[in-house]
Design a protein around this ligand. Structure first.
Ligand SMILES: *Cc1c(COP(=O)(O)O)cnc(C)c1O
Length: 458
């Protein structure tokens, strides 16, 4: 029944075919993710406590494990029309280059100015902040994609946007910084001297170039100490996976149109938002016992939270100001080796994905960055798009699965998430092109030292 041979190179959905509600995968999970805890009391956080940090509507979404569908507000759907539905591409050229009988599809999220899927959640979070009558939001950004997406969304809704950018990225990626400023955001290198936690980190680690966890702590502190501001986060949280379900819903609608069912669904995993969003409707079918799929999370070997982390309660940030979440973690103090250029450097993982992985409903694998950039190069040369290093983790695994199909003579269908473009990552590409890129895999002893600092819960 499959019409695989008639599938066009790009499958576009019409506006009227776009999803009108986000799907909450947690509603179909029998074993729900563990509750978020207040580090002070060790008890589940209350909506009131979370309401000091996050917007009210987002708190509701965060704590709701039961509602399956959340209607997408009209204004958000209107904004989505600027860059959605995003194309689903049949990678005919890559298939040919690999000589594989596998059919490869990718959902491309890089066609907006922020260059990644992060805009899907940024616009939702800015909308709810505006609807609540807030003046502005604070956030952190590492590589800069989230900060860019949020500054675009805030410009649209007329909200102030304050971004704490990890210092090494602030210095190495001046162009990202200027994109954010063009959209009206103020960008501060982190750790800064503007917050208590920033001053403390600077005093304890003079000359530090910062980390994502540290920037999160600064952004949270700024939000809770500034009238009319809340904090927003671009990954990890359940609300972000909810918004990102738009990726999977569109992909599924497009594939259904051609009677195509993927066998393997692959995504890169930093905090888990694009992967969680892409797999959502498919995982829903698997959880309800309707259909079966293989899901693969791909992470860097230098920051292997799923494949080598502990499933335990940990802080979401280095500064230990955020609540505790049960997740696969390398420890809140873990910072990947300085030679790591490929993104996806967060120490933890979405609680929902962690629980699905713990239950054996999803697989994970870690890949080394030189092999990731080799896959990026092969993809750029065949499919034309210059992929983000993060996205290239998924490309690596998709190519490896397609080569497995070739070796086994199997015609499987592979779907992967191409989360963004890599134009701002040319320093990393330069290292690869100059053969100066190396791989670093943390030792067991290094990880043990980090696990020793996990908070003791229960
Ligand atoms: C942020 C980002 C990721 C990783 O974040 P997730 O929350 O794990 O999806 C992947 N790809 C790109 C292009 C990104 O900007």
């Amino acid at each position: 029944m499959s019409k695989q041979d008639e599938v066009p190179y790009k499958i576009y959905l019409a506006e009227h075919e776009a999803p009108t509600a986000w799907y909450n995968m947690r509603a179909d999970m029998k074993q729900k993710p563990a509750p978020i805890l207040n580090p002070g009391t060790g008890k589940p956080v209350t909506p009131e406590e979370l309401g000091h940090v996050f917007c009210d509507e987002l708190v509701k979404q965060e704590l709701d494990n039961d509602t399956a569908w959340f209607p997408i507000p009209d204004e958000i759907r209107k904004f989505y029309r600027m860059f959605r539905p995003s194309p689903l591409v049949r990678a005919y050229f890559l298939e040919k280059a690999l000589g594989t009988p596998a059919k490869i599809y990718y959902k491309f999220e890089g066609s907006n100015t922020s260059g990644s899927h992060k805009l899907n959640s940024a616009v939702a979070q800015a909308y709810y902040a505006k609807a609540q009558g807030l003046k502005g939001v604070t956030t952190e950004t590492g590589a800069g994609q989230w900060g860019t997406a949020l500054s675009m969304a805030c410009a649209f809704f007329g909200l102030d946007c304050r971004v704490y950018m990890v210092k090494c990225s602030y210095e190495q990626k001046p162009f990202r910084r200027e994109v954010m400023r063009t959209y009206g955001a103020s960008v501060t290198p982190s750790p800064s001297m503007e917050t208590e936690i920033g001053r403390k980190i600077n005093a304890e680690h003079p000359g530090t170039t910062g980390s994502l966890g540290c920037a999160i702590s600064e952004a949270v502190e700024k939000a809770v100490t500034t009238e009319g501001y809340r904090y927003v986060l671009g990954s990890v949280l359940a609300q972000v996976l909810l918004h990102q379900s738009i990726i999977g819903l569109e992909a599924k609608t497009a594939m259904d149109k051609y009677g195509v069912k993927p066998d393997v669904i692959i995504g890169c995993a930093g905090g888990g938002s694009n992967l969680g969003g892409l797999i959502s409707p498919f995982m829903g079918e698997k959880l309800r016992g309707e259909k079966d799929y293989r899901f693969i999370a791909v992470e860097p070997a230098s920051c292997p939270s799923l494949t080598r982390g502990r499933y335990a309660y940990d802080f979401c940030d280095t500064g230990r100001v955020c609540p505790l979440q049960k997740m696969y973690t390398l420890g809140h103090d873990f910072i990947p080796s300085a030679n790591h250029a490929g993104g996806l450097r967060y120490h933890g993982m979405s609680a929902s994905l962690s629980e699905l992985y713990a239950q054996g409903l999803m697989e994970a694998r870690a890949v080394e960055q030189t092999s990731v950039f080799a896959a990026a190069q092969q993809f750029a040369r065949t499919e034309g798009i210059l992929p983000a290093p993060e996205s290239s983790h998924a490309i690596r695994a998709a190519i490896d699965e397609a080569l497995r199909c070739k070796a086994e003579g199997k015609e499987e269908t592979i779907l992967f998430g191409l989360t963004g473009t890599g134009y701002f990552d040319m320093v990393a590409y330069q290292k690869f092109n100059d053969h100066e890129m190396s791989d670093y895999v943390p030792t067991d002893a290094e990880l043990e030292a980090s696990f020793a600092k996990l908070p003791k819960i229960g």
